[in-house]
Design a protein around this ligand. Structure first.
Ligand code: NAD
Length: 488
């Protein structure tokens, strides 16, 4: 089977591939601005059918009670996708504009392989636990705790790391015994739709267990968060949309799981190797043109080293020109769309009006007349209270800020509505530990440490979200707890 969408990709509803009832919408390559194909443009009726299919599959099949079969289906899907890696790599780079080097990790191969982790978890998880005997109200009882699937999951995902985020939701949800309706972002429908094609044609997932509904209309996400047949909404996207999802899910009292935005700080202590730290911070912010929620976009350095660090950051960023994402050497590709480029450029303009200095970049690369490219940009001269330092930009834009010692660095890191991720560089272990303890975020990297892995829970404090994705914690988000007692 070829995975190249011939003209348009289909929806997956109740085990069948279908064009749906709403026609098609364009899929655009952000590096060339060309329309590279089309995707099925689902309507509310199509979404209704997908939710009905997921509900029916959950309520009437043994899916939720057969962990061994679920593990088998997940491994089957992983192996089928691995056999299509080259085609998926090509379509993913074309659709997402991500640098091809990232498809060997979190943009493709990493999340496909992670399906194996969730399959293993379905088999090894302690689904029931004996609490032993007790005598509540003087009557001797045996007690047991059982874990059960939550039910129908509505998964709503963004465009920046589509495979990573799609699989970080459907992997654990399916392993837990839930059924799923996945609604991917309108900018990246193929990443999800091609997986739907593989599920339909090359795996034994029963009809209705996985449904994939692409649409140009954000309202279909809202439909998932309001429909009473959906038990849990798992959302990744902006904080503004996450709040809407939470509010609209309240009426039907469904569980809500949110992975939202970030403005993470990269803290350099005065005993750190400044050159190594700054070059790592520069590399992080240009990767995939800064379109990562956990990317550290505030570089916070000792005040006495500010000038030196600024020069080092400028030199490092000069080495990462925005370039063709199909080139294996490219680190910084385009941003996803003209709209996103406008947003990034409006923040660069804001930085200027706030009194910031554009140390490098701030424009479009001169050698690219097509594609939504933004030059890697370093901004100095602002305070952490500026909007540029407080708001998520989601582009290759780094703000450099001074600190006056470790406590001040912690204060600056925490002076943010977000709490997603962070980094600290230093030598003294005690000081590093104090910083790690003090920064209120869901992940911390120490001296370049990489926390990204299937078994590591990921998520945020404060306005960065509620709940954890990946790892055992991410799996348990999709479980209910049932307590059972019987007199002895
Ligand atoms: P977005 O919030 O605009 O859209 C995300 C998804 O929500 C899309 O599928 C969209 O169609 C859907 N949607 C839009 N309006 C909706 C509504 N009212 N109800 C339900 N669904 C709705 O985000 P985006 O622009 O696609 O992605 C970028 C954002 O995602 C950034 O803020 C980034 O930080 C965040 N993000 C967070 C994480 C994380 O794990 N914390 C990971 C990646 C991206």
């Amino acid at each position: 089977m070829s995975l190249r969408p011939a003209s348009a990709s289909d929806l997956l509803i109740d085990g069948k591939l279908t064009p749906g009832t709403g026609g098609v919408f364009d899929v655009v390559n952000p590096a060339t601005e060309e329309v590279i194909g089309r995707a099925a443009d689902a309507t509310p009726d199509d979404m209704d059918a997908a939710i009905a299919a997921a509900r029916h599959a959950f309520d009437t099949t043994t899916w939720s009670r057969d962990a061994a079969f679920r593990a088998q289906c997940l491994r089957q899907l992983r192996d089928a996708l691995l056999a299509h890696t080259d085609e998926l790599r090509e379509s993913t780079v074309a659709e997402v504009g991500c640098p091809v080097f990232l498809t060997h990790g979190p943009q493709l191969e990493g999340p496909i392989n992670d399906l194996g982790y969730f399959a293993d978890l379905a088999e090894s998880y302690a689904w029931s636990r004996d609490l032993g005997e007790a005598k509540p109200m003087g009557i001797k009882n045996t007690r047991e705790i059982r874990k059960e699937a939550v039910g129908v999951v509505g998964a709503i995902t963004p465009w920046n790391f589509p495979h990573q985020i799609n699989f970080a939701k459907i992997g654990p949800a399916l392993a837990a015994g839930c059924t799923v309706v996945l609604k991917p972002a309108p900018d990246t429908p193929w990443c999800a739709a091609l997986v739907g094609k593989v599920i339909a044609e090359e795996t034994d997932f029963p009809p209705g267990v996985v449904n994939i509904v692409t649409s140009s209309d954000h309202a279909l996400g809202a439909q998932l968060s309001t429909d009473p047949r959906v038990d849990l909404v798992s959302f990744t996207g902006s904080t503004a949309t996450g709040k809407k999802v939470m509010a609209s899910a309240a009426e039907s009292l469904k569980r809500v799981f949110l992975e939202l935005g970030g403005k993470s700080a990269f803290l350099v202590l005065d005993d750190a190797d400044l050159a190594s730290a700054v070059s790592m911070a520069a590399f992080a912010v240009v990767t995939h043109a800064g379109q990562g929620c956990a990317i550290t976009t505030r570089l916070v350095v000792p005040r006495e080293k500010l000038a030196e660090a600024t020069a080092l950051a400028r030199d490092s960023m000069a080495g990462f020109a925005a370039a063709d994402p199909t080139d294996p050497g490219t680190i910084c590709g385009p941003v996803i769309s003209a709209k996103q480029r406008e947003r990034v450029e409006s923040y660069i303009e804001l930085a200027r009006t706030e009194g910031g200095t554009i140390e490098i970049g701030g424009d479009r690369p001169a050698d690219r007349d097509k594609g939504f490219f933004v030059s890697p940009t370093l901004i100095s001269g602002l305070d952490n209270s500026s909007r540029t330092a407080q708001e998520e930009i989601f582009g290759p834009v780094l703000v450099i800020l001074p600190h006056d010692g470790d406590d001040d660095a912690i204060r600056i890191a925490n002076d943010s509505p977000y709490g997603l991720s962070g980094a600290v560089w230093g030598t003294d272990r005690e000081r590093i530990n104090k910083v790690v303890d003090g920064v209120r975020t869901g992940t911390m990297s120490v001296n370049g440490g990489i926390w990204y892995s299937a078994d590591v829970p990921f998520g945020g404090y404060k306005h960065s979200g509620i709940g954890r994705e990946m790892g055992v914690a991410g799996f348990e988000e999709y479980l209910e707890t049932k307590a059972i007692a019987e007199p002895v």
